[in-house]
Design a binder for this molecule. Structure first.
Ligand code: NDP
Ligand code: PMR
Length: 341
């Protein structure tokens, strides 16, 4: 889907002085990827840049780490832009949107990929606005970002503009992996309604006691519900393709950085040889890149997964992760928390 970056009011004399490299960049589509400094986000950045069709905006909380990561995978200078984004601060999300707009780049695809996972935390930690940190980062920060950037995506001249929110098998209780305790469950969303602040409300969406692994899985359910609610509200009106996916078990990424050492040692071989659900970071990046650019994955409202031979298919979400009433509720409560309603 190669097409042009709008010439963004670049005056003709400047245009003629542009270097060959800049000209090459300006014929590419632009994709923002959150959390592009490691794991799936970095591998997807690499795959998109290598395709020659995309300029990637790496939206990262640690500028230096992102620059080093870009160099470590050999991204050519000018093929990417690092921009600061801390999803655990709504102010930072708003500032990122301002910075992106002032860069003059168009927006053709947005990938909400960043996430944190605190499986061993005994106590919750909180975002800048006082929301439990995993739901704040994985869901609320992305919810605000995606809502704000919707109008930018809508303006894209691309034939296939896409908004992707990364989901996971572990949030889907219709799978074996999703039945490993603690299971995802948003309940009646009373904790989310109360602001997840651990003072006047529970830090957990369902109002229960804090559990870091469950908070992560709940946040993934929110991601998958949000994608579908976007689809219902905006697909026809905007032509944007909304998708989610389970990229496979990328057992080597930084997601498990705070897990106990024994888990980190055994998880990759367990996934490789027992569940056979393991995928390399490189392969997972190719999968997510397909969801960004492949014409055969342009259907909106789909949760994509891959067979062991790496062929994609439209997967079925769990009852909760496809519950329309719950999607609407999560959407409306999230709007209030991020200051959009
Ligand atoms: P990584 O930890 O390698 O990558 C997560 C990225 O998110 C990092 O770049 C991290 O930044 C960034 N991030 C964390 N907090 C913030 C924040 N507050 N603001 C901005 N960026 C932030 O994990 P993965 O690559 O595994 O995870 C990527 C996605 O894939 C997640 O959505 C995860 O849920 C999903 N997923 C992963 C699976 C797996 O098996 N690994 C399976 C299914 C889904 P920094 O580098 O600074 O820490
Ligand atoms: Mg799971 C087909 C079986 C399968 C798959 C594909 C995964 C993926 N897992 C499977 C099965 C099992 N896991 C089984 C049988 C067990 C019990 C021994 C098990 C355990 C387990 C743990 C303790 N698995 C885990 C953990 C984690 O801490 C990871 C997690 O839940 O992170 C939220 C995890 C995962 N297993 C997966 C995947 C993809 C993950 C992690 C990442 C994620 O969902 O984002």
């Amino acid at each position: 889907m190669a097409h042009s970056i709008r010439a963004n009011a670049v005056a003709a004399p400047v245009e003629t002085m542009k270097s060959a490299e800049e000209k090459k960049t300006s014929t590419k589509s632009v994709c923002i990827i959150t959390g592009a400094s490691s794991g799936l986000g970095l591998a997807t950045t690499k795959a998109l840049v290598d395709s020659g069709e995309f300029h990637v905006v790496m939206a990262c909380r640690d500028f230096l780490k992102a620059e080093k990561a870009a160099k470590s995978v050999g991204l050519p200078k000018g093929s990417y832009t690092v921009m600061h984004l801390d999803l655990a601060s709504l102010e930072s999300v708003r500032q990122f949107v301002k910075n992106f707009r002032s860069s003059g780049m168009p927006l053709d695809a947005l990938v909400c990929n960043a996430a944190v996972y605190f499986p061993t935390a005994k106590e919750p930690t909180y975002s800048a606005e006082g929301f439990e940190l995993s739901v704040a980062t994985n869901h609320l920060g992305h919810f605000l970002l995606a809502r704000l950037l919707l109008e930018d995506l809508e303006k894209s001249e691309s034939k296939s503009k896409r908004l992707i929110i990364v989901g996971s098998i572990t949030g889907n209780t219709n799978t074996l992996a999703g039945n490993v305790p603690p299971k995802a469950n948003l309940g009646d969303c009373r904790g989310l309604s109360g602001g997840l602040n651990g003072v006047t409300s529970s830090p957990m969406i369902d109002g229960g006691a804090f559990d870091g692994a469950k908070a992560y899985k709940d946040s993934k359910v929110c991601n998958m519900l949000t994608m579908q609610e976007f689809h219902r509200r905006y697909h026809e009106k905007t032509g944007i393709t909304f998708s989610s996916l389970y990229p496979g078990c990328i057992a080597t990424t930084g997601l498990f950085r705070s897990h106990i050492p024994l888990f980190r040692a055994l998880f990759p071989p367990f996934q490789k040889y027992i569940t056979k659900g393991f995928v390399s970071e490189e392969e997972s990046g190719k999968r997510l890149a397909q969801v960004v650019q492949d014409s055969s994955l342009s259907k909106s409202g789909v949760y994509w997964s891959w067979n062991n031979d790496s062929s994609s298919f439209e997967n079925v979400l769990s009852e909760e992760a496809s519950d329309e009433a719950k999607a609407k509720k999560v959407w409306e409560l999230s709007e209030k928390l991020v200051g959009l309603a």
